[in-house]
Design a protein around this ligand. Structure first.
Ligand code: I6G
Length: 672
């Protein structure tokens, strides 16, 4: 059966949405939707691809192992992949797993239980007892080199203690931000008008991915280590319990709450007690990891391709509380999307006080049938974003009325329009003050203009200083000082920060403009390939879809954006102010030596004669392009030491694989 065009379009749309939200989560550390909503998008994509396998392409997010690595840090391929853990979502499932294990091994089994830290998995590598590298988990095979930042975490040993230190030792652990540090950080962020972090996990991830290690150092991160990876030398270890003692002796922080049990009943009681006391620990935990203690028994049990069979993560259920729904209101976002949300009596759930929750769209309010005055059940989905599960109907007042979506925009009074065939409703007035405010706030955040948060933008709009983001560059100390709560120093600081933002990269500028569907990954693709804002603005649909990673929906969004006179006005203001429109500088080799023009190369594994950045620079200087994922469009994959999954993908797609010597020849002659 041929694929219906609407299915093909939906698959394209889902891929772009999944890629965008992955970016928000893994690269930006600022998720916009809950884990549950993300899972829903991902599952819909998986289902459509299962139904129409001809639509599956290697670059679909379903064909990639895990989160994308942010591009700021050098990639590190893990010598032993950092597997994930299988999950148990109820205590009964946990017990059933334990019983299966007891049946599968002949001798009695002891279990080691640890609180599952809600942080960021990290690999620490020591050579001759010295910390030489720290890498994030990334997608399990390739992470990011965050050594300089990890060195600033006080509890990470730089040098191992004791006599019998192994020649080479990798230790894995979880970097986290204690709750007190998280609250302090968000307080300071709020005072500075900077973006708040959604939870300690995002704050830890954001802090670890700073370009400037002194910022990481100021963030009070901590670590608990739980497992060796590569180990060359050192004592022979027989149990996990003994291993944890050894790690402690070497100087690694190991969670003091870890316990060993010989009976499954005790594993159950430990997990139940952790669930009850999860908010009393001073850090966030999202479950309990249970492991078989005996390393011999672990060998017997082995692993699947994704996870060891000898360990399981019991994931706490989302916490639920009831509260009163006071009012349903509608907020207008920067794109004009009208989102209903619930305003509730404050309730403490999932580690923080909640009084607002998105109700997503008209259909969702109808599906849940929540009404003003209802007692509602609230939970934190993925422990991040509050969600109204539904009403407690038994407590509903007789006169409670069904809620109706307003016909007019609450901000500008213009009609709200429901998009044909979609759940979304929009305010289509581009002059709507809420849209204008949202666009400027988004621009300021993406251009990293410190001190220009939501409240300041509101104040400047009300004072008539800002009509759009282009006006930011006309702000002066003289214009700001007469406003309330702004002294000369803070006005000067703000003007300086705006000035500094003129030098931001084209990638940031593209994200800041708020073009539909253009997140950091798409912006990077556009900037890398088209190189200048004017080239992107004038590119045809064909030129846009020829860019690796850009599909027809994204191309259409870009064209629509640059067709609007109002957007062009903003761009002219930015141009006049001297904001950078140029992409990354390329081509240091003369035109006649652009021997790799038109070629796309993917690098995997370590090279001897070049660092990753050097190899990329050499290829780009000759007009070639380096991309991070292998597709049919890839000309060559260069595989060095310990190549990752990209090599397998190249072989699967029939892409030519080069070794380092062949790369050198390619650079010298343009031929392989
Ligand atoms: O003990 C652990 C804590 C957290 C883990 C673990 C983890 O991942 C976030 N992952 C694995 C694969 C193992 N232990 C063995």
């Amino acid at each position: 059966m041929p694929v219906p065009p609407e299915i093909e379009a939906r698959v394209g749309e889902l891929r772009e949405q999944v890629a965008y939200h992955r970016d928000r989560y893994f690269v930006e550390d600022a998720p916009e939707i809950s884990d549950a909503e993300f899972d829903e998008l991902y599952r819909e994509l998986e289902q459509l691809e299962a139904e129409f396998p001809e639509l599956v392409t290697p670059d679909s997010p379903t064909q990639q192992v895990g989160g994308a690595a942010a591009s700021t840090f050098a990639p590190v391929e893990h010598v032993i992949p950092m597997l994930s853990l299988d999950n148990a979502f109820t205590l009964e499932d946990l017990l059933a797993w334990g019983k299966r294990i007891e049946r599968q091994v002949s001798d009695p089994v002891a279990f080691v239980c640890e609180p599952k830290m809600d942080g960021l998995a990290i690999s620490l590598l020591y050579e001759q007892g010295q910390l030489v590298r720290a890498a994030t988990r990334g997608n399990g095979f390739t992470g990011e080199d965050v050594t300089a930042n990890v060195r600033t975490i006080k509890s990470v040993p730089r040098k191992l203690k004791g006599e019998a230190v192994p020649e080479r030792l990798e230790v894995r652990g979880e970097v986290f931000m204690p709750l007190a540090a998280f609250e302090g950080l968000n307080r300071r962020q709020g005072e500075a008008g900077a973006r708040l972090f959604a939870n300690p996990r995002n704050a830890a991830a954001g802090s670890l991915r700073q370009k400037d290690p002194s910022i990481t150092a100021s963030r009070a991160l901590d670590i608990f280590c739980y497992q060796p990876g590569v180990k060359e030398g050192g004592p022979r270890l027989r149990t996990h319990w003994e291993t944890l003692d050894w790690l402690r002796d070497l100087g690694f922080p190991v969670n003091p709450r870890i316990e060993r049990f010989e009976w499954l009943d005790d594993v159950y009681a430990f997990s139940e007690s952790m669930l009850e006391h999860r908010h009393d620990l001073g850090y966030e935990v999202d479950g309990v990891v249970v492991k078989v203690d005996d390393l011999g028994q672990r060998e017997e049990l082995g692993a699947t391709s994704k996870a060891p069979r000898w360990a399981i993560a019991y994931k706490f259920p989302p916490e639920e509380k009831t509260t009163k729904l006071l009012k349903i209101m509608v907020s207008i976002g920067r794109t004009g999307r009208a989102t209903p949300f619930a305003q509730m009596e404050p309730v403490f759930v999932g580690g923080s006080t909640v009084q607002m929750a998105s109700l997503h769209n008209q259909d969702e309010v109808a599906r849940r049938d929540v009404r003003e005055g209802d007692t509602v059940i609230v939970r934190k989905a993925g422990d991040v974003i509050p969600e109204v599960v539904g009403p407690v109907v038994a407590k509903r007042k007789k006169n409670a009325r069904r809620w109706k979506f307003p016909k007019q925009c609450p901000a500008c009074g213009q009609p709200l329009v429901r998009v044909e065939g979609e759940a979304a409703t929009n305010c289509v007035n581009v002059d709507c003050p809420n849209q204008r405010w949202g666009r400027i706030v988004h621009f300021a955040a993406a251009m990293e203009i410190d001190g220009l948060g939501e409240e300041r933008v509101r104040q400047f709009i009300e004072a008539g200083l800002l009509a759009d983001a282009g006006d930011l560059y006309s702000l002066t100390v003289e214009k700001l000082v007469p406003l309330e709560r702004i002294g000369e120093r803070s006005a000067q600081l703000l003007v300086d920060n705006v000035e500094k933002s003129k030098a931001q990269s084209l990638v940031r500028l593209l994200v800041a403009l708020g073009i539909n569907n253009v997140g950091p990954a798409a912006a990077q693709d556009l900037a890398r390939e088209l190189g200048h804002l004017d080239r992107i603005a004038s590119a045809s649909q064909e030129e846009l879809v020829a860019v690796d990673g850009v599909g027809p929906i994204l191309a259409q969004s870009v064209q629509e954006f640059f067709a609007r006179p109002r957007n062009l006005e903003v761009i002219e203001k930015l141009r006049k102010a001297g904001v950078n429109f140029e992409g990354p500088v390329r081509a240091t080799v003369p035109e006649e030596e652009q021997t790799l023009a038109g070629l796309t190369v993917v690098l995997t594994g370590g090279l001897e004669r070049f660092s990753r950045d050097e190899a990329q620079a050499e290829i780009e200087a000759r007009g070639g392009k380096v991309t991070s994922s292998v597709s049919k469009k890839t000309s060559y994959v260069v595989a060095g030491e310990n190549p990752g999954t990209k090599l397998a993908k190249a072989e699967q797609l029939g892409v030519t694989v080069l070794d380092e010597d062949a790369l050198v020849k390619l650079l010298e002659t343009g031929q392989v």
